[in-house]
Design a protein around this ligand. Structure first.
Ligand SMILES: [Zn+2]
Ligand SMILES: [Zn+2]
Length: 142
């Protein structure tokens, strides 16, 4: 996604696209590594010297509130962010700490039961924990 598309993406969530907001959103959309505030700050402060950690925090809070990004709290010690807002589950490796995106079926039995009971589901958070293929010594896709 180039800057113009990030600009439009933010506008579609009624977020006023400032240079810093575009840079942070762009980073989230390009890095599906579920970065935390420090990761994003460290990556962007070289390019935007005026950026502060508070700005990164406030911007991410705005993105989460408007639905432009998701916040993950798999690990209560580190809150991380996800630019991928379509339904997917996460797998956290207990060895390397890496968080993987894994597919999840949006229309599973439990969700259907809730919907039939009148619950409207707007977000699903599903986490798996274990050991990833590369930590098990197996070859993974990366
Ligand atoms: Zn691992
Ligand atoms: Zn994700």
């Amino acid at each position: 996604m180039d800057n113009m598309n990030v600009y439009e993406y933010l506008q579609s969530f009624h977020i006023k696209p400032s240079v810093q907001r575009i840079a942070i959103m762009d980073y989230l959309l390009k890095h599906h590594t579920h970065p935390n505030i420090d990761d994003i700050y460290t990556a962007l402060c070289k390019h935007i010297p005026t950026l502060s950690k508070t700005t990164v925090y406030n911007t991410l809070k705005l993105f989460v509130e408007t639905g432009a990004a998701n916040m993950l709290t798999i690990d209560e010690k580190s809150i991380c962010f996800d630019g991928e807002t379509t339904a997917h589950a996460h797998f956290q490796c207990k060895v390397c700490g890496k968080i993987y995106d894994v597919p999840c079926t949006a229309d599973d039995e439990q969700q259907q039961r809730l919907t039939s009971q009148g619950f409207s589901i707007t977000e699903t958070h599903r986490y798996y924990k274990g050991i990833c293929p590369s930590c098990q010594g197996k070859t993974s896709q990366n």
